[in-house]
Design a protein around this ligand. Structure first.
Ligand code: FES
Length: 326
């Protein structure tokens, strides 16, 4: 994922106008304003915060056509390991439900200068790729879209992709379809060449690591490999350390296995959180002193090296003491 853009607090009320379960475990929701007036425009790759319940906010990529100003479309996989987010979307959001969302934000934009874009979605990670494909098609730009999943029967958006205006640029790769269906990404990238080619991926973390490593091996510069994590396995283990909340004039010890957010809460300091797994950027704090041990997937490597901001839901300290501007 991308840059540390400012977190917006703008919210909108929308209504679930259409709800459809696809592939058995994906709910596809069409959101519109109550009076069907246009919604704020969004760019391909953008996501919204969905206020699923009180104190439960989750981020979902917009998977509709950015040219369709009246509708936000989401695809949400019911995750068996859900901490409440995807199950609540399934159980609570039915047709006619009004809900609060955040204005679209984009941490996964298309590169303006790409000569050819290779979009690779794994499972529910196909969602941002669909909006990207619409935008690239509308702009008449060169691209190909690869959708990798277990089987056609367990996948959402298959009918939509095969009927899309860009269907000739879509290739489906299903595990149960045998070796011939396997994504030959190294060969695709070799054919595309490294000059002007941009690679985009979203999906399960192991899948994304493979796509990214294949891109690197093909010689693509890191600036041409773009990724969007929708969840992350965050390691929060490690020794305890001290956090000084400078603006509040308080200090607290973060114990092993405890997050900075949880430790700050014990001394009455509340940090806004959303994903709680280092993906969304909501819990960012400015670092004034100390050395961060970044565990998130939100900040870029360069931003992590700057050591001036930290995701307090998951990251820790390498130094014995961390001073935060909070
Ligand atoms: Fe999402 Fe910390 S709450 S990165």
């Amino acid at each position: 994922m991308s840059s540390a853009s400012t977190i917006t607090t703008d919210t909108l009320q929308v209504v679930v106008r259409r709800r459809e379960v696809q592939g058995g475990a994906v709910v596809v929701l069409d959101l519109r304003s109550a009076d069907d007036s246009p919604l704020p425009a969004f760019e391909a790759g953008a996501h919204i915060d969905v206020h699923v319940a009180e104190d439960l906010v989750r981020q979902y990529s917009l998977c509709g056509d950015p040219a369709d100003a009246g509708r936000y479309r989401l695809g949400v996989l019911r995750d068996p390991a859900s901490r409440g987010g995807s199950s609540a979307v399934f159980d609570r959001l039915s047709e006619g439900t009004t809900l609060t969302i955040g204005a679209p934000r984009n941490h996964f934009p298309l590169a303006a200068d790409a000569q050819h874009s290779v979009l690779v979605g794994g499972g529910i990670g196909i969602t941002p790729m669909i909006s990207m494909a619409h935008a690239l098609q509308a702009a008449g730009r060169s691209f190909e879209l690869h959708y990798c999943a277990r089987s056609a029967a367990s996948s959402a958006f298959v009918d939509e992709l095969t009927a899309a205006p860009f269907a000739d640029k879509v290739t489906l790769h299903f595990d149960d379809a045998g070796e011939a269906s396997k994504l030959q990404l190294a060969a695709i990238l070799a054919a595309a060449g490294t000059s002007g080619t941009h690679l985009y991926t979203c999906g399960p973390s192991g899948f994304m690591e493979w796509v990214i490593a294949t891109g690197e091996k093909a010689g693509l510069p890191s600036a041409s490999i773009h990724r969007e994590y929708f969840n992350a396995d965050i390691d929060t283990s490690g020794a305890g350390f001290e956090v000084v909340a400078q603006a509040s004039g308080k200090t607290v010890r973060v114990e092993e296995g405890q997050s900075i957010v949880a430790a700050l809460k014990t001394i009455g300091i509340k940090v806004e959180v959303s994903c709680e797994e280092g993906v969304c950027g909501t819990c960012v704090c400015t670092v004034l002193e100390g050395e961060c041990d970044h565990r998130d997937v939100y900040l870029t490597d360069e931003e992590k090296a700057d050591n001036d901001q930290i995701m307090t839901c998951c990251s820790r300290a390498k130094s014995a003491r961390l001073v935060l501007d909070i």
